[in-house]
Ligand binder design. Structure first.
Ligand SMILES: [Fe+2]
Length: 337
C-alpha cells in the first residue's frame, strides 16, 4: 500500500529534522588520498552527520580560516605534518578539546600538548639505498652526514614540511649547534640540489643520480601496492633502513586534525576526531594509504608491516614543532635550499 502523502511528507520532515538534528560537519582538508572517501562516507553513515568538504593545500586552508576569522564555518582542519598543525595553532585557528576517547587512544607524543591537534596516522622517515652500490648503508640520521657518503644523497628541499619536521626533531634531541653541524654534513653529501617530492627521491636511486634517499615509508608502500612510475618496476633494487634503532628511534610524523577555534558544529567536530581514532578509520589509514595507525594494536596493512618492525622516535611532535623557526634559519645558514 502506497503511504499517504501526509505520511510521506511527515517522513521527509522527520529526515530533514534528523539531518538538521544530526547536522553537518564543515571539513577543511588538505589530505588528498582516495581512501579518505571511505573515511567520510562511513562517518556519515555511522552518525547521520553530513560532511561538507573544502579541499585545498594546507597553506590555502590556513590563509582562508585566517581571512574568515570568527565567522569561519570551518569545524575541522585536517592536514599533514605536525609543523602545519602547529602553525594553525600558533595563528589561533584551533581550540582545545577534552575527549576521553582521544586521550586514551592517541599517544601523547603524537598530539598537541594543549589538545588543539591530534595525530591520526603516522609515517616513518627512512633511508632507502641502492643495494647494488651501497654495501654499508647509513644506519642513523647522523651517518647521513658522514663524508663517506659524499655525492650520494637525494633529499627534499628545506621548504618541505618533512625536512623541517625532521630537523626540528633533531634540534629537540641534540640542540641547534649539533643540528646545524648535521645539516651542513648532509648538504656536503648532496648528489644534486634538492628537488621534487619523496617519490622523486626514490626515482633518483633508480636513475642512478644518487645511491641513498630519504623518504616517508608510505611512498614506497604505495609503490609496492600500486604501479608507481619509475619506482615499482625497479622495486627489488631498493634496500632500506629504519634509522637510529639503537638511539632515539626512527623519526615519525603524522597526518592529523584539530577543531577550529570558531567551530559552529563543535560536538560534531569532536565526534569526527573520535571516529578517526576508531579501529575502522585506523585500518583505512594503513590499508588505503600505506601509513601506520597511531592507535596501539590497530591493524597495519600487510605490505606496510612487511617493511619491518621498528622503534619509532617518541619525541613530542608538539615540542619539536616549537623549533620550526630555528630549523628554517639553520637550513639557510648551511645552504640547504
Ligand atoms: Fe606526503
Amino acid at each position: 500500500m502506497k503511504p499517504s502523502t501526509s505520511l510521506a511528507t511527515a517522513l521527509v520532515a522527520l529526515m530533514a529534522s534528523q539531518a538538521a538534528a544530526d547536522g553537518v560537519l564543515n571539513l577543511y582538508s588538505s589530505r588528498h588520498y582516495d581512501t579518505d572517501e571511505r573515511l567520510y562516507s562511513d562517518f556519515e553513515a555511522a552518525t547521520g552527520i553530513t560532511i561538507n568538504r573544502i579541499e585545498a593545500s594546507a597553506d590555502e586552508l590556513i590563509a582562508r580560516m585566517q581571512a574568515e576569522g570568527a565567522n569561519s564555518p570551518a569545524d575541522i582542519l585536517l592536514t599533514v605534518d605536525s609543523t602545519r598543525l602547529e602553525r594553525a595553532k600558533a595563528a589561533g585557528l584551533l581550540q582545545s578539546v577534552d575527549s576521553a576517547i582521544l586521550e586514551e587512544r592517541i599517544p601523547a607524543n603524537l598530539q598537541d600538548a594543549d589538545n588543539q591537534w591530534f595525530g591520526f596516522s603516522q609515517r616513518a622517515r627512512v633511508l632507502f639505498y641502492d643495494k647494488a652500490t651501497v654495501t654499508e648503508p647509513p644506519m642513523t640520521y647522523a651517518d647521513l652526514a658522514d663524508p663517506k657518503y659524499k655525492g650520494m644523497v637525494c633529499i627534499r628541499s628545506a621548504t618541505n614540511v618533512y625536512s623541517q619536521s625532521i630537523l626540528s626533531a633533531i634540534i629537540e634531541h641534540a640542540g641547534e649547534e649539533a643540528a646545524k653541524e648535521w645539516a651542513a654534513g648532509v648538504v656536503a653529501n648532496f648528489a644534486r640540489a634538492p628537488q621534487g617530492g619523496d617519490t622523486d627521491q626514490l626515482r633518483g636511486i633508480v636513475s642512478g643520480e644518487c645511491d641513498i634517499a630519504m623518504s616517508n615509508t608510505y611512498y614506497f608502500g604505495r609503490a609496492l601496492r600500486t604501479p608507481v612510475e619509475g619506482v615499482s618496476d625497479k622495486i627489488d633494487m631498493f634496500g632500506w633502513v629504519f634509522p637510529d634503532q639503537d638511539g632515539n628511534g626512527t623519526h615519525v610524523n603524522i597526518s592529523g586534525a584539530g577543531v577550529a577555534a570558531n567551530a559552529p558544529n563543535r560536538d560534531n567536530a569532536i565526534k569526527f576526531l573520535e571516529y578517526l581514532a576508531s579501529d575502522q578509520a585506523q585500518d583505512y589509514f594503513s590499508a588505503g594509504n600505506d601509513e601506520y595507525p597511531v592507535v596501539a594494536g590497530a591493524p597495519v596493512a600487510a605490505h606496510v608491516a612487511g617493511l619491518g618492525e621498528f622503534k619509532a622516535d617518541t619525541v613530542s611532535l608538539s615540542a619539536a614543532a616549537g623549533h620550526l623557526e630555528a630549523a628554517q634559519r639553520i637550513f639557510n645558514e648551511v645552504g640547504w635550499e
